[in-house]
Write a protein that binds this ligand. Structure first.
Ligand code: GLU
Length: 240
């Protein structure tokens, strides 16, 4: 049994975090397992060393102990790149040149025809404008300096792996529906990874066997399970 607590040092530890950390540690302890800490600091604009320091102090004050050295995402950008390259080779990624403003405008337009707007756990989902760009247009935009994100073509990815499931220790066997999020962003030109990609790669690198996290992140499991299948990773169990 290996559990982990994975805070982002973009602020101080709050009560929800403290609960999650203690939950993960006692889950490991009860089964004679290991408890790991991971610092999720890929967003270098928002993450600060002083927050990391304060989180470590608070965890220590709570009486938690964890294995050293602490795993820091910013030390593993090459692992995210390897995973991204594998997904690229499988043909399940596409570049998306849309700005936030363009996506909102597109969604607003679609709201007048509500059958075209789908809501996901994080709000309206990306309408897929760049999914089927003509080959020449895609190439010339890639060759220019235009910023882009890499999105996962969820429908195509799912057709490669078939049905996905996972074991939720409280709810039992769950069926994956990754398309509820639409085509999620897995990397950007400036930040070459994303929450979904990094946590999936890291839980595999750290050999985590039970993923425990806040209820607010429950839905993310649909995407993480899809990525695990594509990347041929072992499947952990989950508890929220
Ligand atoms: N870093 C995330 C957060 O602070 C949690 C990561 C996870 O458990 O998936 O909310």
């Amino acid at each position: 049994m290996v559990t982990r607590f994975a805070p982002s040092p973009s602020g101080h530890l709050h009560l929800g975090h403290a609960y999650s950390a203690m939950f993960a540690q006692s889950a490991a302890e009860e089964r004679g397992g290991r408890f790991l800490l991971r610092i999720e600091d890929i967003d270098q604009d928002r993450c600060m060393p002083e927050f990391e320091e304060s989180i470590l102090q608070d965890l220590d004050w709570l009486g938690l102990s964890w294995e050293k050295p602490v795993f820091r995402q910013s030390d593993h950008l090459n692992n995210y790149k390897t995973a991204l390259d594998m997904l690229g080779q499988m043909g399940v990624l596409y570049p998306c040149f849309c700005t936030r403003k363009e996506i909102l405008a597109e969604i607003k337009g679609a709201i007048h025809a509500p059958h075209e707007t789908r809501l996901g756990p994080d709000g309206p989902i990306y309408p897929g404008s760049c999914r089927n760009l003509p080959f020449d247009e895609r190439q010339s935009r890639l060759e220019s300096d235009e910023p882009f994100a890499l999105r996962l073509n969820v429908t195509q990815a799912q057709s490669l792996v078939g049905n996905i499931q996972w074991n939720d220790l409280d709810k039992g066997l769950m069926n994956g529906k990754p398309d509820i999020f639409g085509d999620v962003v897995l990397a950007r030109k400036d930040i070459p990874t994303s929450y979904h990609l990094s946590v999936t790669v890291d839980d595999n690198l750290q050999k985590v066997t039970l993923v425990t996290r806040g209820e607010d992140l429950r839905h993310a499991t649909h995407i993480h399970r899809l990525l695990q299948e594509l990347l041929n990773y072992d499947v952990p169990e989950y508890q929220f």
